[in-house]
Design a protein. Sequence first.
Length: 178
Amino acid sequence: MSNSNNNIKIIEDAVKTYVNFPKQGIIYKDIFGIFQNVTAMKAMKELLVDHAASLNIDAIVGLDSRGFLLGPLISLELGKPFIPIRKKGKLPGNVMRESYTLEYGEATFEIQTDSITSGLKVLIVDDLLATGGTIKAAVKLLKATGAQVVECLVIMELVGLDGKSKIDAPVHSFIKYE
C-alpha cells in the first residue's frame, strides 16, 4: 500500500460518524476525530501538503470554519499566504460578498478586498463537499475578485449529493462516501 493510501486509511478510520445529526436522517461525518488522533492529524497534513505542493498556486483560501484549521497547515509548509473567507459580518475593512443557499437556509460569505489581487492563483480548502453550496459561493466570490481558482480541496466528499457538478472549478477529495 502506498504512503498516500496508508494516510487516507488512517484519516478515514479517525473520522467520527454521528447518526441523525444535526437532524433526523442525516449521517454526519466529523473531521474532529482526526484532530484528536495525532497520527491521523500527521497523515492528513501530509496528504494536504503533498497534494497542494503539486499545484501551481499563490495562496491558500480557507472557508469558514473548518477550512481555517486545514488551510494554515498547508500555508505554513508551502510558504504561501492564507486568506480566509468568512461568514457575513466577521471581517473588518472593505469586503466583497456572495450569498448562497444551504439545505437549511441562506448564508453570505465575505472576503477582504485587499487580500486578493487579480490573477492570484488560489487553492480553496474545506473539510467536506456535500451539496456544493458553500464551495460554489466561494468560487464565485473569488472569480469576482479576479482570482483564478486552481482547485478546491476537501478531506471528504459525499458523492451521492453530487455537489461537485455544481462547482465551476476542479475538485479533489481524499475520502468519498456514497
